[in-house]
Write a protein that binds this ligand. Structure first.
Ligand SMILES: C[S@@+](CC[C@H](N)C(=O)[O-])C[C@H]1O[C@@H](n2cnc3c(N)ncnc32)[C@H](O)[C@@H]1O
Ligand code: SF4
Ligand code: SF4
Length: 411
C-alpha cells in the first residue's frame, strides 16, 4: 500500500522523525522529506561504525534512542533496503504501529530510477558489457534540457522520490556538465548518487562544490592487479585521483560520504584487499567489498541457453570467487523470491528505458518522456521477458553474490 504525500504529512505532523538506515536509501528518504518541509530529527543505524557520525548533517543514533521515547510523539521511517524486514520486527518489538509510529520507506516510493548521463565508458572491464559485449548502441551525453525534462516527469510521477543514480553502464565523470546536473538535483531536493572508476582526469573541486551527496568508487585490486578486471584502467591514475578526490572533499565538501566498492575476485582478495582497506582508512573513505559476478545478465542467460560466451566473459568467469554455475544453482533455489530489480528504472542518456539494472538489452521504451511511468512499469512487470527470467531464477543471480559477501563478513 502506498503512502501519499497528504498521508505522510498527517502521520508526521508535530512528531519527531527518525530515519532508520543511515546509508544511501535512508539519505534519499531524508531528501524527499525535506522537499515537503518534514523536519527530520536524526538517523538511527544498528552499525556501531556509523553511530556518532553525521549523515546529510543529521546525527546518527543507536536504536536504543527509541527506548525512552513516547510512541505518540515519534515516527520511524524504515529505510535500510536489505534489512527492512528485520528493522520492522524491531519496531514492532518496541511497540510501534505501522503507518502510525513507523512507516516503510518502500511505501513512500518504490521506484529507484537511474539516469545514465553518459552513454559510454573510458574503460572496458571484462565483467561489464562495455568490455565483454559487441555494442552498436549510439553513444553520447545527456543534454541539460533532457535531464531537466526527465527529472520533472519523474517528480510528477513519483512525488516522494528521494534519489537519482547518475550511472548504470557509463562513467558519469566523463560528463562536462556534471556540476550543473548535481545542482539541478540539489534544487529539487534529490540525493545525487555517483559511481566512478576514477580513471578520468577531472577537476574534483569543481564537481564537489555543487555538493553531491554520495560518491561510490569502484575498484578491483591494488597495484598491477587493479588493471586485470578494471580493464583499460591505469593504477597510477586511480591512485592519484583517489588522493585528489579525498583532498577536494576535505577542502570543499567535508560532509561528503565516499564509499569504495571493492570487487572481490580470486586474484585480489588477500594482500590487495588489506592494502585497499588501509588506503581507505588513511583517506577517510568507507570501505565495502562485494563478490564480483559476471555482468550483464544477457550473457548469463546466453550461457544458460548453451551459447558460447565472448573471451572476456570467459576470462571473468575464471576469476570469480563463486563460479557462475554455483551462482546460478543458488539463484534457482530461490527463484520463488520476488525480483529486487522491479524497483529499478534505468533511463539512458538518449531517454530510452532499459528493462532493469542487470540487463544491457532489451529496452522497455524508446523515449521515457512519451509514456506514463505507471504503464511502462506495468508492461515490464507483466512481460514475457520478466516471466522467463524469473522461471530460470536469473532475477536472483546478482543477489546470491551479495548474500555470499554478507555471509563471509558474518552479517
Ligand atoms: C557498471 S558500473 C558504472 C559506473 C562506473 N563506471 C563504475 O564502474 O563505478 C555500476 C556499478 O556496477 C558495479 N559493478 C561493475 N561491475 C561489477 C561486477 N562485475 N560485479 C559486481 N559489481 C559490479 C560497480 O561497482 C558500480 O558501482
Ligand atoms: S564497470 Fe564501470 S568502469 Fe568498468 S567498463 Fe563498466 S561502466 Fe566502465
Ligand atoms: S525479472 Fe529479470 S528482467 Fe525482469 S526486472 Fe527482474 S531481473 Fe529484470
Amino acid at each position: 500500500m502506498k503512502v501519499s504525500v497528504e498521508e505522510l504529512r498527517n502521520i508526521t505532523d508535530s512528531h519527531e522523525i527518525y530515519i532508520w538506515g543511515a546509508m544511501i536509501v535512508g539519505q534519499g528518504v531524508c531528501r524527499s522529506l525535506e522537499r515537503y518541509g518534514v523536519q527530520v530529527t536524526g538517523f538511527i543505524d544498528s552499525s556501531s561504525g556509523l553511530q556518532g557520525n553525521r549523515a546529510l548533517g543529521y546525527e546518527i543514533l543507536a536504536p536504543a534512542v527509541l527506548d525512552d521515547k513516547d510512541h505518540q510523539k515519534i515516527v520511524v521511517v524504515v529505510s535500510s533496503g536489505h534489512y527492512d524486514k528485520e528493522i520492522e520486527q524491531l519496531c514492532l518489538a518496541h511497540g510501534l504501529k505501522k503507518n502510525d509510529s513507523y512507516i516503510l520507506s518502500r511505501e513512500l516510493n518504490d521506484i529507484d530510477p537511474s539516469i545514465d548521463i553518459v552513454g559510454s565508458c573510458n574503460l572496458k572491464c571484462i565483467s561489464c558489457p562495455r568490455g565483454n559485449m559487441e555494442d552498436s548502441l549510439p553513444k553520447g551525453l545527456m543534454s541539460i534540457e533532457d535531464y531537466r525534462a526527465v527529472v520533472e516527469k519523474l517528480l510528477r510521477e513519483l512525488p516522494l522520490l528521494g534519489s537519482i543514480q547518475l550511472y548504470a553502464w557509463g562513467e558519469p565523470f566523463l560528463h562536462k556538465k556534471l556540476p550543473e546536473i548535481i545542482a539541478i538535483n540539489r534544487k529539487a531536493h534529490l540525493l545525487t548518487a555517483i559511481s566512478t572508476n576514477l580513471n578520468v582526469p577531472v577537476d574534483f573541486e569543481r564537481v564537489l562544490i555543487e555538493k553531491p551527496d554520495w560518491i561510490k568508487v569502484s575498484a578491483s585490486g591494488f597495484g598491477a592487479n587493479y588493471e586485470v578486471t578494471h580493464t583499460g584502467g591505469k593504477w597510477d591514475m586511480f591512485l592519484k585521483n583517489i588522493h585528489r578526490l579525498a583532498k577536494a572533499r576535505d577542502k570543499v565538501h567535508p560532509d561528503l560520504q565516499i564509499m569504495l566498492n571493492y570487487h572481490l575476485y580470486k586474484h585480489n582478495c588477500e594482500e590487495d584487499y588489506v592494502q585497499m582497506q588501509a588506503l581507505c582508512r588513511e583517506l577517510g573513505l568507507i570501505f565495502r567489498s562485494n563478490h564480483a559476478y559476471l555482468y550483464p545478465l544477457d550473457l548469463v542467460r546466453d550461457a544458460v541457453d548453451g551459447k558460447a560466451l565472448p573471451v572476456e566473459a570467459e576470462a571473468t568467469k575464471s576469476l570469480l570467487l563463486m563460479s557462475m554455475e554455483e551462482g546460478l544453482e543458488k539463484a534457482k533455489a530461490q527463484k520463488h523470491l520476488p525480483c529486487p530489480e522491479l524497483s529499478c528504472l534505468p533511463i539512458t542518456w538518449d531517454r530510452q528505458v532499459r528493462f532493469c539494472g542487470v540487463y544491457y538489452n532489451p529496452f522497455l521504451s524508446n523515449d521515457f518522456l512519451e509514456e506514463p511511468l505507471e504503464s511502462m512499469v506495468q508492461r515490464r512487470n507483466t512481460s514475457e521477458f520478466c516471466q522467463e527470467c524469473m522461471d530460470l531464477g536469473l532475477h536472483q543471480y546478482t543477489g546470491v553474490y551479495l548474500q555470499e559477501t554478507l555471509l563471509k563478513r558474518g552479517e
